[in-house]
Design a binder for this molecule. Structure first.
Ligand SMILES: Nc1ccn([C@@H]2O[C@H](COP(=O)(O)OP(=O)(O)OP(=O)(O)O)[C@@H](O)[C@H]2O)c(=O)n1
Ligand SMILES: O=P(O)(O)OC[C@@H](O)[C@@H](O)[C@@H](O)CO
Length: 436
């Protein structure tokens, strides 16, 4: 029964215990640790300061806990580090009142390398707490990275780690986009800096463990209270000149509300690129898919035509692809249930909502596809059972018209609907029978 499928396909197996964590990749998020082209051969740990309140977003929820596709921003950042095989563990530093919430996130998304510690009233105090939590690990290098910069790539982390080991400290920099000026006490321009001589300091930053721990042991209370720059502490208290490493624009920090909208768009973008379509051996379905491939091309979405359910499952599970299933005339619920059963067998539970679109092609002229009508309630049941497990089932019906213009119009509408459903992943339309 769909309800049982839901229990099995989602977070809990027959024995009621959560499935061991095997999960789908989605967005910039989870996948099994990937060995990058180059690996670091010394111990590296990470400190993610996440103890702020995100006042500049104007939101009640601290931005690091703001959810995208039902997953908090910090989980994407943690994943970016967990996917790096040469990173031993990640110390996440959160405000005392968020420790339980953070621990729940670690459990829900089965973050394997994470240790949660309590932060302080300033960013430096939080980072200092995180570094102290590594005293027993004593890694060769500590990477410090703002938890609200989720788009960090392994290759750049590699550059920072190596530069930190070689020079004692290293930091990401970006070109300034505005000129820096100094103001008089009365609020008038005193002087401006020659922009070409300056850079914006970003994260990730890297330090040998000795440098960063000594810098925090030696720094003043003023530094801890008002300072914003770890590289400065390394210079002032350890005489270490950090190596500056130009970084990509994706290192930007989520600070204002519009940054959240930008992050949402970037996280969703990979999910819009590809869909696998299972059309079986029907000639009509093949005709539809061929027309559809041209139409969805305009959405910059690529359709991968697959011939059997296993290939479809594989693509759906392993490649973050959306899934389109074409039924001709007879809309067998069992087709879709077979997919869900396989998801259960594979013990897969997606981390981000994944889109399943069931296309009902009716070739009997303009007669309603009675099976689809009859199945409407069953489709709703199955869709409702799948929704808690982030499998968003949508269904679209269209008729095979012999009039080329009508048929082209239907296919165009179908691709438009597919584009919207994949992009918006609207919970409100789950289980609805739409018509192209
Ligand atoms: N007491 C603090 C303050 C900030 N941070 C963290 O430092 C990073 C960068 O700081 P910022 O962007 O300033 O975050 P907030 O302080 O939360 O933002 P705001 O200044 O708008 O409140 C963030 O991941 C933030 O959670 C921290 O760990 N502890
Ligand atoms: O100052 P905020 O707390 O807004 O953000 C922290 C940034 O200043 C910091 O991440 C980089 O400048 C690198 O030190």
């Amino acid at each position: 029964h769909p309800a049982e499928l839901s229990m099995q396909a989602g977070g809990r197996g027959p024995n009621g215990r959560p499935h061991p964590r095997t999960f789908l990749a989605c967005a910039t998020a989870e996948s099994e640790p990937r060995s990058g082209e180059r690996a670091v051969d010394f111990p590296v740990c990470v400190v993610l300061p996440a103890g702020g309140t995100g006042e500049r977003t104007g939101l009640q929820t601290p931005k690091q806990f703001w959810s995208f596709l039902d997953r908090p921003l910090i989980s994407y950042t943690i994943d970016a580090f967990e996917r790096v095989s040469w990173i031993q563990n990640v110390v996440v530093v959160v405000a005392k009142e968020n420790v339980d919430q953070m621990s729940h996130i670690v459990q829900r998304f089965a973050h394997r390398k994470v240790r949660v510690v309590t932060g302080g009233c300033t960013r430096h105090r939080s980072i200092s707490n995180g570094v102290r939590a590594l005293a027993e690990d004593r890694p060769e290098v500590v990477i410090v990275h703002d938890a609200v910069r989720p788009f960090v790539e392994e290759d750049f982390l590699y550059q920072i780690a190596l530069a930190a080991k070689e020079h004692g400290a290293a930091g990401a920099i970006r070109p300034l986009v505005s000129t820096v000026i100094a103001s008089t006490a009365e609020g008038f321009l005193d002087h401006s800096l020659e922009r070409s001589k300056y850079r914006a300091s970003e994260t990730p930053q890297g330090f040998t463990f000795d440098v960063i721990s000594q810098a925090y042991q030696r720094c003043s209370d003023w530094d801890l209270e008002f300072g914003t720059e770890c590289l400065h502490l390394a210079l002032r208290y350890c005489r270490v000149h950090a190596k500056l490493v130009p970084g990509p624009p994706t290192l930007w920090k989520v600070t204002y509300r519009w940054d959240l909208a930008a992050a949402d768009s970037i996280l969703k973008e990979p999910m819009l690129r590809s869909a696998c379509v299972l059309s079986g051996d029907s000639v009509h379905a093949a005709t539809l898919v061929s027309s559809l491939q041209k139409a969805v091309g305009a959405l910059s979405m690529k359709l991968h035509v697959l011939t059997d359910l296993s290939a479809g499952i594989q693509a759906f599970l392993m490649k973050e692809w959306n899934y389109i299933h074409v039924s001709v005339d007879v809309c067998r619920l069992s087709d879709m249930e077979a997919l869900v059963t396989r998801l259960e067998v594979e013990k897969r539970a997606p981390l981000c909502p994944l889109v399943l679109i069931w296309v009902h092609l009716n070739t009997h002229g303009d007669q309603p596809c009675s099976r689809a009508e009859g199945d409407t309630a069953a489709i709703l049941d199955l869709a409702s059972a799948l929704k808690p497990n982030k499998l968003l089932l949508y269904s679209i019906q269209l008729h095979k018209s012999e009039e080329p213009e009508l048929w082209e119009g239907s296919v165009s509408k179908l691709s438009e609907l597919i584009g919207v459903l994949v992009k918006e992943r609207s919970p409100a339309l789950v289980g609805q029978l739409l018509r192209a």
